[in-house]
Design a protein. Structure first.
Length: 336
């Protein structure tokens, strides 16, 4: 099964998410594929809101919903027991289920029994390819851009999708390559690199982004940060496998503390850039910094533009906020 088999429209499940950071999967799907989203389903204590109509399982099924998207990314990718009855209800109402959790729905006996009885399908997005290879590090044709981060949840996927969209509008030969559960649900294909055995991460990204035409760009979604105390291993394998010609550094302006990592500060830009470039040169000696993408949502318009100008003057590359300014300045340089 592939994600392209997902039936639409979607009912997006937000559970008890208190904000859209907790529901980043739902937020990404609703933002980039709004035409596929019929409604949202939330517990009474949830505060996250996609702006979609709230519907019960029964009402959504009667309105035509075909797939329940689990739109949360709980710490560790576990499945709360309180979700089980809702998933059963969804399948009994005629919906398939798509999940980006680390725990696989197809390994939970109670859910499998209901799926078999109802004929519904459960899609586990974090399911790595069956045929895995170690990375070779050998050069391959085509051009590649990788978004790298100062931390988790700073806009790497959003920036990659925005750059791909801008390239498509200019008829530049480009493909978005998804490496996380949300990106895979949006694109319909990809490799969940954080579910790949560590020896094969680099190789899986080489397979995801194979040799291509000389003028073709692969826009590869980044994960985590190479300086993250928990997730650096995934980020490093991704960096090596991507063999990126260009990296775009992504950061949430104003974030000082790493998310959910007490005692770990967000590294400074000089360290982030130097480290990513030094490690990236192992598989692509010609890697370069192509720009900086800031999430300035916590700033006023004036302060945001000042921050953008300040970073641009210091680092000499295009600096953008994909939401406030768009990413045209980055693509201008890549196209030139």
């Amino acid at each position: 099964m592939t994600m392209n088999e997902l039936k639409t429209p979607y009912l997006v499940f937000l559970g008890d998410a208190q904000d859209l950071l907790m529901a980043k999967v739902a937020k990404g799907v609703a933002h980039w594929r709004p035409e596929k989203c019929l409604a949202q389903n939330r517990f009474d204590n949830a505060k996250a809101d996609l702006g979609l109509p709230d519907m019960s399982i029964r009402d959504a099924a009667e309105a035509g919903a075909k797939t329940l998207i689990l739109g949360l990314a709980p710490m560790g990718g576990t499945l709360p027991q309180s979700w089980i009855p809702l998933l059963i209800e969804a399948m009994e109402a005629g919906m398939d289920i798509a999940s980006g959790l680390h725990i696989r729905l197809n390994e939970i006996e109670d859910l499998v029994a209901v799926a078999n009885r109802t004929g519904r399908r459960m899609f586990d997005v974090r399911n790595p390819p069956k045929t895995l290879q170690c990375g070779t590090g050998q050069p391959r044709s085509g051009k590649r851009l990788l978004t790298v981060g100062s931390d988790c949840c700073v806009g790497k996927m959003f920036t990659a999708l925005a750059i791909h969209k801008e390239m498509a509008a200019r008829n530049i030969n480009a493909t978005f390559r998804a490496t996380g559960q949300t990106g895979i649900l949006i694109e319909g294909s990809g490799v969940p690199v954080d579910a790949v055995v560590s020896d094969f991460i680099a190789g899986s990204v080489e397979q995801l982004s194979p040799a291509n035409d000389a003028d073709h760009w692969d826009i590869i979604e980044g994960q985590g940060s190479v300086l993250h105390p928990a997730y650096a291993g995934v980020s490093l394998g991704l960096l090596h496998g991507a063999q990126a010609d260009v990296i775009i550094l992504c950061h949430e302006e104003g974030r000082i503390q790493m998310d959910e990592m007490p005692g770990f500060e967000v590294p400074d830009f000089d360290t982030l850039i130097e480290t990513n470039l030094a490690l990236g040169r192992i598989t692509n000696p010609n890697i370069s910094l192509g720009g900086i993408a800031l999430n300035t949502s916590s700033l006023s318009e004036d302060d945001a533009l000042k921050a953008i100008a300040r970073y641009q003057a210091k680092f000499g590359v295009p600096v953008v906020d994909p939401v406030r300014t768009g990413v045209a300045a980055i693509v201008d340089v890549l196209e030139g």
